[in-house]
Design a binder for this molecule. Structure first.
Ligand code: UT7
Length: 336
C-alpha cells in the first residue's frame, strides 16, 4: 500500500469584491449583523457579465496547482471535481476540466457532497492512489453561488454567507507511509437533508414538462434553504467528533495538530472548535472573513492560502474537517 501526498495547490477567486455594505443596498441587512453572526467581512461574486463558471474557475485553480506540482498535465491519470453548483444538470464539470486542460482521456469523477465535497474527493483520490490504481490525481472544489442566491430580504439568512471561488490540489503516490494523507473519515446523516437544501424538483421526482408548465417566478424552491441554528448546533458536534476520530485513528492528540483547516462555514463555528480543543490562533486557519462560505471550494482555497503564506511546513500535522448539507461530514489527517 502507498500513501498519497499533495504536491501542488492552486486557487481562483473572482476579482469582484462584495462587501457587507454592498449587500445592505440589496436587502435589509447590515455589516454589524453579518460580522457578529458569521465573521464575514466580504466575499467574491462573479461580475454580472463575467464568463466565469464553476468549471472554468476550477480549471484556473487546477492550472496553478499543476504548475506548482512540477508534473506534466499528461501525467495526471484521474480527475475528481466536487461542487454543488455545476454548470449544467449533466454532464458534471469533471469532463469539462479534462477537455479544457487538454488532458488525455483519463477518468473524470464528479462528487456532490456540498460543503464536505472536497474532503470526500480527497478520500476517493487517496484510496485510488493507496491501492495503486492511479499515481497522479487532480482534485478540484469549485462553486459559483452568487447566481443562485435570493438577493432580497427574503433570502438574507442564506445569501450573505455564500461566495464564489475554486481551489485545486494535485496528489501523487508517496512510498513513505508516514508522509502524506494518513487517513480520511466520512459520514452522513440523511435524516437532516431538509435542513440545508435546495428543494427544486429534478427529473428524478417530476416530469420536466410539468416543471416547465408551473414555471412560477416566485418559486422559492430554486433558492437554497438553511435552518441556520439547527445546522450550527450539529456542525459543532460533528466537527469535534470527526477531528477526534482522525486523531485517535493515528494515535495522535489534539496537541499534535500544527494546523487545523476547517471548512469555512462560519467563523463562530471555527472559534467554538478552537476554544473546545484549546488550540492557539496559529493552529487554526480561517479566511472566511474575505471569501465567505464557498462550500466545496472552501478547504482547497484555505489550504492553498495557508501554504502560500508559508504557514504549512514539511513535517507538519494538518487536519482538514468539513460539515454541511446532507448532512455529510468528514476529516483528513495529513503529515505534510
Ligand atoms: O456550510 C454549511 C454549513 N453551514 C453552517 O454551518 C451554517 C450554520 N448556521 C449559521 O451560521 C447561523 O445560523 C446563521 C449565520 C446562518 C444565522 O445566524 P443565527 O444567529 O442563527 O440567526 P437566526 O437565523 O436565528 O436569525 C436571527 C435574527 C432573525 O430575526 P428575528 O426573528 O430574531 O427578528 C433573522 O430574521 O436575525 C435575522 N436575520 C438577519 N438580520 C440581518 C437573518 N439573516 C439576517 C441578515 N441580516 N442577513
Amino acid at each position: 500500500m502507498y500513501n498519497s501526498r499533495i504536491i501542488g495547490l492552486g486557487k481562483y477567486l473572482p476579482d469582484r469584491i462584495v462587501t457587507n455594505a454592498d449587500l445592505s443596498t440589496m436587502m435589509d441587512t447590515n455589516d454589524a449583523w453579518i460580522q457578529e453572526r458569521t465573521g464575514i467581512q466580504e466575499r467574491r461574486w462573479v461580475k454580472e457579465d463575467s464568463s466565469d463558471t464553476t468549471a472554468s474557475m476550477g480549471v484556473e485553480a487546477a492550472k496553478i496547482a499543476i504548475e506548482r506540482s512540477g508534473i506534466n498535465k499528461d501525467d495526471i491519470d484521474f480527475i475528481i471535481f466536487a461542487t454543488l453548483s455545476p454548470d449544467m444538470y449533466f454532464p458534471g464539470p469533471g469532463v469539462q476540466v479534462q477537455h479544457a486542460l487538454g488532458i488525455k482521456t483519463v477518468g473524470a469523477l464528479d462528487v456532490r457532497n456540498q460543503c464536505s465535497g472536497f474532503v470526500y474527493a480527497l478520500s476517493v483520490a487517496d484510496n485510488f492512489i493507496k491501492t495503486g490504481m492511479y499515481k497522479n490525481i487532480l482534485v478540484i472544489g469549485s462553486e459559483l453561488h452568487s447566481k443562485g442566491l435570493d438577493r432580497t430580504t427574503r433570502g438574507r439568512g442564506v445569501s450573505v454567507i455564500f461566495g464564489d471561488g475554486a481551489g485545486a490540489a494535485v496528489l501523487t503516490r508517496e512510498e513513505n507511509n508516514s508522509k502524506g494523507i494518513l487517513s480520511t473519515h466520512l459520514h452522513s446523516e440523511g435524516e437532516h437533508a431538509k435542513e440545508l437544501v435546495l428543494l427544486a424538483p429534478g427529473m428524478g421526482t417530476r416530469w420536466v414538462n410539468d416543471i416547465l408548465k408551473d414555471n412560477d417566478p416566485n418559486d422559492e424552491s430554486y433558492f437554497p434553504y438553511m435552518n441556520g441554528q439547527f445546522v450550527f448546533k450539529n456542525a459543532v458536534v460533528r466537527f469535534s467528533e470527526v477531528i477526534m476520530e482522525g486523531l485517535v485513528k493515528n494515535g495522535l492528540e489534539v496537541s499534535d495538530i500544527d494546523m487545523l483547516i476547517p471548512h469555512q462555514a462560519n467563523l463562530r463555528i471555527a472559534q467554538f472548535i478552537q476554544k473546545k480543543f484549546k488550540l492557539k490562533d496559529q493552529q487554526v486557519f480561517n479566511n472566511i472573513q474575505k471569501y465567505g462560505n464557498t462550500t466545496a471550494a472552501s478547504i482547497p482555497i484555505a489550504l492553498t492560502e495557508a501554504w502560500e503564506e508559508g504557514k504549512i511546513k514539511t513535517g507538519d500535522l494538518l487536519v482538514l474537517a468539513a460539515f454541511g448539507s446532507g448532512f455529510t461530514w468528514g476529516s483528513v489527517v495529513i503529515r505534510w
